[in-house]
Ligand binder design. Structure first.
Ligand code: MN
Length: 199
């Protein structure tokens, strides 16, 4: 069973002006699509074809680097599209309580997340994760690594992620990654983040 490119849950222009339509179109249709194609090629004829992308990530040290890069790319982007929405809003309920418990306030969490996004040298991702004890933690990973991977420095279940590769923002923001990270908060799908937190 080959992996497939998931449909975007909204139109390319749905996140404007925070993320522009052309960036979304290229990011989903070219970049994510290439990760899916290259992942399928890398696992063709192997036992990994029977596994979920989460199972592959959790044992990523057993696989060639092409599976790490493209499997991570597929998992990360599949999550990324769903944790964004044109609706915006703010967290509530158990998720809001957990954010306050871990960081003091939503603003403090955002500041720490933005610092992780801005401080990641080169290409990578900023993450809000739930660790093994259920606590919320901010971390970042290089390239297409993610906190599910057994090689990650800080491990946990991602509930929110921000792509800080230049391909995610360069057309609209050029070198202004902090502006892109700040704008991201206008399009976070907190219902999806809460669903992942509760899972
Ligand atoms: Mn990307």
């Amino acid at each position: 069973m080959a992996f497939t490119l998931p449909n975007l849950p909204y139109d390319f222009n749905a996140l404007e002006p925070h993320i522009d339509a052309r960036t979304m179109e290229i990011h989903h249709g070219k970049h994510h699509n290439a990760y899916v194609t290259n992942l399928n090629n890398a696992i063709a004829g192997t036992d990994a074809e029977k596994l979920s992308i989460e199972e592959i990530c959790k044992n990523i040290s057993k696989y060639p680097v092409a599976v790490r890069n493209n499997g991570g790319g597929h998992y990360n982007h599949s999550l990324f599209w769903t944790v964004m929405s044109p609706k915006g809003g703010s967290p509530s309920g158990a998720l809001a309580d957990a954010i306050n418990a871990a960081f003091g306030s939503l603003d403090e969490m955002k500041a720490k997340f933005n610092a992780a996004a801005g401080g990641r040298f080169g290409s990578g991702w900023a993450w809000l994760i739930k660790d093994a004890s259920g606590k919320l933690v901010i971390t970042s990973t290089p390239n297409q690594d993610n906190p599910l991977m057994d090689i990650a420095e800080v491990k946990g279940t991602p509930i929110l992620g921000l792509d800080v590769w230049e391909h995610a923002y360069y057309l609209n923001y050029q070198n202004r990654r902090p502006d892109y990270a700040a704008a991201f908060w206008n399009v976070v799908n907190w219902n999806e983040v809460a669903k992942r937190f509760g899972a």
